[in-house]
Design a protein around this ligand. Sequence first.
Ligand code: DOR
Ligand code: ZN
Length: 361
Amino acid sequence: MTIIELPGLIDPHVHLREPGATHKEDWDTGTQSALAGGITTVLAMPNTAPPIVDADALKLTLDAAAEKCRCDYGIYLGATKENVQSGLALTDRVAGMKMYLDDTYGTLEIDWRDLTTLNAHMAAWPKDMPLVCHAEERTTAAAIMTAFVNDRSVHIAHVSRKSEIDIIRAAKEKGIKVTCEVGPHHLFMSEDDFEWLAPGYREVRPRLATKADQEALWQAIADGVVDCIATDHAPHLPSEKDRENPSPGYPQLEVSLALMLRGVQEGRLTLEQLIPLMSTNIRRIFNLPEQPDTVVEVDLDAKWIVKAAEMKSRCGWSPYEGWELKGQVKKVTLRGEVAFENGEVTAPKGFGKNVAELRNK
Ligand code: DOR
Ligand code: ZN
């Protein structure tokens, strides 16, 4: 047994499905899943039903979150053609803005050719608040360029290809304010895995890429070009994966740390690099408040087999079913209270706090 203490991990990209699809996940099961994975803060995406694009929808999800969350949370406002100005009234309640510039799940996609809307949000959204783009290939360059000309920062979600990480690397070298995240699925799966992944289970946006793309992402992690690991936890039921038009995405909150520890075991990165990628960089980029007296205790020697049936997520499956991982979260202390221990979540519903409220204090 080798117990190490990590700071509370932060996942800046999760889909917790409330309101609208609580049969997949809700604020309760989603934040239990986070704590089981050593994650003490989640930032939730706005592609719910209704989508979080105005005050009414935001109130719906904030009320549910306040009642049910077991770890700390933040909520993104979804960008639309219509809410460039009206969204500004909501900045005190949200963690940031999310703009979808490519193929996704839900209704929030903005036409990738619509430079006017992209540039308008880049100009209007407060410069001291995070602006996250789902961008792929050419929209990555468009997001970086519009951020640059508006003298603001932009965060590129779930980078999956060499072309994208190359342009981000080059932009950083020029001093442009761009940060980015990579998901464990793009680091541990590629098109080569289509051999064993049934059709619906191959589906995720951005898609699983080539082995060469995957290598480029690992190299960018080693080089310090990648700022964060984010799960893009996207729970859907097996019945929604097995049908025609399968829903894209993977649940990953409970495996992300252990997968990244596999990266450490394989010599892809060091433990010293993992901590900023999963915590301190994220706190800085997303301007998140400190969580005092918060510790994640991990047994680096504990081997375990991924079994979705034992997980807290409601969706009931994992793309990593049967994988043997080494490194397990044993205990999570959040703001001085034991929140997870011996496989059980002990933080009560409603224990989690909205990072926007903590930030405003
Ligand atoms: O695979 C994905 N799933 N990509 C997205 O952009 C959305 C997400 C979801 O909400 O399921
Ligand atoms: Zn996502």
